[in-house]
Design a protein. Structure first.
Length: 198
């Protein structure tokens, strides 16, 4: 796979990711939900950028996370360039490109959204507001895809979780998260093709 094709894939993922986030950010109030199907909803939330809203504690937790991600993206970018230069498997290159695009998409939120948009708590956010909700490197990541496929109480005979309330699937995510998960999935499922033994 050529570098140009990898760049195009990255650009396409970033474009869809940012357009969907900006649309939701400027057309939904925080917590607003649109039910497309019982099992598929658009539900607007914002978080610090870690899975399931996990935070690094402390005053500089968000800054540490953002800076770490920037360094990680540079490392992934180097890995991608090296894989293309050495003509590695197309599976590997596509996977790295998807992971790179997803990580970069969430970094854009973290770096820029805090100074571009105002808050979404009680009104629709506006771009380039004179009163932004945050500062550089302290933006919140926009998530919107919600698939509550099943919810109920688990049978009491199940070990550990029996009789408890359970929801599948309760994560809310975005296009960038899908790209990262797909890239990792390719590496796991097609491991032998991504890393062939010569």
């Amino acid at each position: 796979m050529s570098l140009r094709k990898a760049y195009f894939l990255i650009f396409l993922v970033l474009l869809v990711d940012q357009l969907s986030k900006i649309y939701v950010k400027t057309n939904f109030v925080l917590g607003e939900e649109v039910v497309l199907f019982d099992w598929f909803r658009i539900h607007f939330i914002e978080n610090e950028g870690m899975a399931w809203g996990t935070k690094i504690p402390g005053q500089y937790g968000k800054l540490i996370l953002t800076v770490f991600r920037i360094f990680a993206v540079f490392g992934i970018g180097f890995w991608l360039a090296d894989a293309i230069k050495k003509h590695h498997s197309r599976y590997l290159i596509v996977a790295i490109a998807l992971i790179f695009a997803g990580a970069a998409g969430n970094i854009l939120d973290s770096v820029f959204y805090g100074v571009i948009f105002d808050g979404s708590e009680s009104n629709l956010a506006t771009a380039f507001s004179p009163t932004p909700y945050g500062t550089w490197f302290h933006g919140l990541v926009v998530d919107m895809f919600y698939f509550p496929i099943w919810e109920g109480n688990l049978p009491s005979w199940l070990p550990f979780f029996g009789g408890k309330h359970f929801m599948f699937f309760n994560a809310i995510f975005n296009v960038a998260d899908v790209a990262i998960s797909t890239g990792v999935g390719i590496l796991l499922v097609f491991n032998k093709r991504a890393f062939p033994k010569h």
